[in-house]
Design a protein. Structure first.
Length: 114
């Protein structure tokens, strides 16, 4: 498959962190994915994906300021690393290459459904 192994959800999370540049923390990532993809996201699945992506070196995190509304806990902000940028670019290239190799006749719905 290549040196960048990403599951679909991991890819979505990486892309969303990029979209939310500077404002990517757990809740904002969850809400953005749910809004843009009309897809429910569990907090546990998101936290697991963020941890995996950070362990792979695709994301880095840093604590923001503590707030009283969070019980004194700081938000954890995520940012793409150069390896994370490379991973999403690789995924895009692979998808585009595969899409471009599909014969036009395979995408002609009149023929496919006949």
């Amino acid at each position: 498959m290549g040196k960048y192994q990403l599951g679909e959800f991991e890819e979505i999370v990486l892309l969303t962190v990029g979209v939310l540049y500077g404002e990517a923390y757990g809740v904002s990532i969850k809400l953005s994915i749910e809004e843009k993809l009309n897809r429910k996201v569990s907090v546990g699945a998101l936290q697991s994906a963020l941890k995996r992506l950070e362990e792979k070196g695709y994301l880095t995190s840093k604590e923001g300021e503590s707030t009283s509304e969070r019980g004194g806990r700081p938000k954890l902000y995520f940012t793409l690393t150069p390896a994370g940028k490379d991973a999403i670019e690789y995924a895009r290239e692979v998808r585009n290459q595969l899409y471009n190799q599909i014969p036009k006749v395979a995408l002609d719905l009149k023929l496919v459904t006949a």
